[in-house]
Design a protein around this ligand. Structure first.
Ligand SMILES: NC(=O)c1ccc[n+]([C@@H]2O[C@H](COP(=O)([O-])OP(=O)(O)OC[C@H]3O[C@@H](n4cnc5c(N)ncnc54)[C@H](OP(=O)(O)O)[C@@H]3O)[C@@H](O)[C@H]2O)c1
Length: 271
């Protein structure tokens, strides 16, 4: 009867984790969201009758909120937790389609976006893991998955001149190091930490772009094609989550996967 804790559980890839994992009624699925009432309404509408879903409310940058969520999780599960899926992230728009040099023309705004990305995507992940690791150590599966991105692959960025999305990419590269550090700390106790990229996934974010941003996004797609000639556009959350689940099912500390930065294919092929 595995238990799962997922942040950013109300929409996008996070909601798809909830949907797939709760389809097995023997799983306990706990979602952290910022608006509990809205998330519960979505669950009631789209996943009607699933009694194994529990929604907890906190912003992931609120340490005390995360602490309360860890306490509530222990009550739901009886003390242990099998999987933590750190999925919530700030994916900023302003800095998404310009290089750092261009963004630097507005230094205060750039500094703010760098700090916000670091706060949500890195510091909150550290707090999340510190608060939930006592539960994971009491669980069976002992797997902590942090959702990252291929944009955090420094060599890829350099080779294909991916100059855009600096603050986001920098914060995700940092969270990959968070994953490696925790693996170094907890591998001997059997906890698997993975930084797992989902591929390019259609979660509706591209629909929110201005026409100018849309054009820049098309330019980015051209570079993606150079990298992966077979790339035919974003995959669905359903496909991405199925692929990622297969990666973490197969991965283990014993196989040497602890702390790895992997794609949805379980390797370094990001698209
Ligand atoms: N989609 C892609 O193509 C893609 C590619 C590479 C990596 N990823 C990664 O995959 C993960 C999910 O992406 P997505 O596309 O599903 O994103 P999304 O649809 O934009 O959803 C982001 C989720 O994070 C939550 N969140 C953001 N800031 C939060 C905070 N401070 N406290 C609590 N929750 C917060 C959001 O909650 P609210 O609804 O309250 O805002 C939302 O549930 C992220 O880690 C992202 O970096 C996605």
């Amino acid at each position: 009867m595995p238990s799962y804790l997922i942040t950013g559980a109300n929409r996008g890839i996070g909601f798809e984790f909830v949907r797939q994992l709760s389809s097995d009624s023997s799983n306990t699925v706990i979602g952290i969201v910022r608006d509990k009432a809205a998330a519960e309404a979505t669950v009631a509408k789209e996943l009607e009758g699933r009694k194994n879903i529990h929604i907890l409310e906190t912003d992931v940058t609120d340490y005390n909120g995360l602490k309360r969520a860890a306490e509530a999780t222990a009550k739901i599960t009886g003390g242990g937790l099998d999987y933590v899926i750190s999925n919530a992230a700030l994916i900023p728009f302003w800095s998404a389609f310009e290089p750092l040099g261009e963004l630097g023309k507005e230094p205060e705004r750039l500094e703010k976006e760098l700090a916000e990305c670091f706060n949500v995507n890195v510091i909150a992940t550290v707090h999340l893991i510190n608060l939930f690791i006592p539960l994971v150590l009491k669980g069976e599966a002992k797997k902590v998955i942090t959702i990252t991105t291929g944009f955090a692959d420094a060599e890829l960025n350099a080779k294909y001149n991916l100059s855009i999305a600096g603050p986001y990419s920098i914060s995700k590269a940092a969270v990959n190091m968070v994953v490696a550090k925790y693996s170094a700390e907890y591998a001997e106790q059997g906890v698997l930490f993975l930084a797992l990229a989902p591929g390019m996934v259609d979660t509706g974010n591209m629909d929110k772009l201005t026409p100018e941003q849309g054009q820049k996004a098309m330019g980015m797609m051209g570079k993606f094609k150079d990298y992966a000639p077979d790339f035919s556009g974003p995959i669905t959350p359903e496909e991405s989550v199925k692929l990622m689940r297969a990666v973490w099912d197969k991965a283990s500390v014993a196989n040497g996967d602890g702390g790895a930065f992997l794609s949805q294919f379980g390797n370094k092929q990001w698209l």
